[in-house]
Design a protein. Sequence first.
Length: 602
Amino acid sequence: MTASHFTENTIQEIRDRADIVDLISSYLPLKRSGVNHLGLCPFHAEKTPSFNVNAARQFFHCFGCGVGGDVFSFLMRMEGLSFPEAVRRLADRVGVDIPDEKATPEEERRREERERLLRITEVACEFYHRMLLEEPEGAAGRRYLRQRGFEGDMVRQFRLGFAPDRWRALAEHLAGKGFDPKWARDVLGLIRSREGREDYDLFRGRLLFPIEDSRGRVVAFGGRVLDDTLPKYINSAESPIYHKGQILYGLYQAREAMRRSGEAIVVEGYFDHLALYRAGFTNVVATCGTALTPDHARLLKRYCQRLLLLFDQDKAGRKAAFRAMDVLLPEAISVSMVDLEEGEDPDSFLARHGAEAMRNRMASARPGLQVFIEACMENYGPSIEGKARAAEEILGKLKLLPGAIERDLYLKELARTTGVDEVLLKSRLGRSSGQIVEPRQPVDRPRAVQAKVPKTVKSAGQKAQEYLLHLMKADEAWCRKAAEVTPDLLFANPDCRAVAESLIACRERGLEFDQGLFSEVLSEPQKCLLSGIIIKDDQILADDPAQIFDDCLKAVGKERLKIRYQQLQDLIRQADAENDAEQLAAWQREAVEVLMKIKRPN
């Protein structure tokens, strides 16, 4: 479906109802700074906020990587959505009905499938939850939770459940609700098939942890045995609604606490998560039986700037924490590690020592890289060979740091610790890393696609064209002036010209310049360009707008000459290659004339 299926009134109503600060704040922390709100850009790695959100004009712009736009643009980039998908998501968020929405058959099929799967997981969750709370078959689960100190509100808040120790309890329940078993069997994996026999339940005799997405919808389950049977934990299969590398257990409940505190606690297990939450650490999330992924890192970055890794205090837990740094460091997320006694996990530590002791341990958490350096030095030993091998492994982590200053400080520390010359370490780091590693992007479901920060410097002509756009934005008189001269003559850059034409069209229709400009009419680069112009303070034009206009005209004229000169160089090479002496001479004469005009003082 294209954007044309939505009426202009519908899109404008959604834009009017949606608050961009509220939307973006649901993904990343923002702090007020004058008329704008500032935060760390979710689209490129940075440590100094350059991401601006303007509540009055309802747009955002990052001066670090150049991305920008309105509520639709943000959601499209953040969630990897098409424009129609973003419209539907925002309409649902702000309560706007889209009665005449027309989806393609394929979009309709996928939507119906997702809704059907979500209904099945919700019905299964209610079934398991009722079994735990009310039914005699759930007595073992209730007894187990009481022994571990979990009752009442915690059980209800996280909708814990119990799977009866019967082969077909869930299968029969779903059939009684009218669901075709193929969805729970072939797609969700909640029931299994046996050749020549009836389907049977995946979860039997297990305590169940419903896994919710960031909107609080149940998408999968984790099941734990009540004894020492192996495997201790199993999770339901990946499906169109569940990708374990993109889901964090407890995120839905932890979002607000993460935003308020600016940090998140990451643990490995369901009970570790629940124990911390019960103890008052409500900014805690857990991985769903998998290592942290780049998607997890970007998901966490939406809500906080600092992570406390609280993994099991054994060899496997330490290895998992160091592996997590590989995806967290490139995102410029501060990573610290919490030390507990060897063999402890968060649940057992809280049971023995209490919440205050845990709070003290978190307060003394050490930077993850510092812990990694110490571990490498200890692992390889004090020999020369050991120090060399440790240095190589540590450099592999340092190359992931996006910040040059932080890398330099760690290099100095590494040189002091190993005795290796700092210049040599820098050269080794450069050879091993080349450019700073960008976070790996998922292929199938892009999330918050990272943008490389542009390294090119804007030409004087490009800056002048943006000044002209700023004049047009700031004062209707200059917009009329630009219309009289015509954008074709004023703007050499096609994107600048398109933005100018949109500004003029808005003025002619009596609209504010921030109305209707960010829809499908402008391309994404054009939206980014316009958002950067809108956010700039109009005071920079206060001195002499007329002089600025004239200076811009001259600069744009020079820019056109430079573009023509480059074209002529290509034509000259072509004529020379074709042995066309007459055309070659003509192009060379014009090139000399253009070059003289470029060099001529204004």
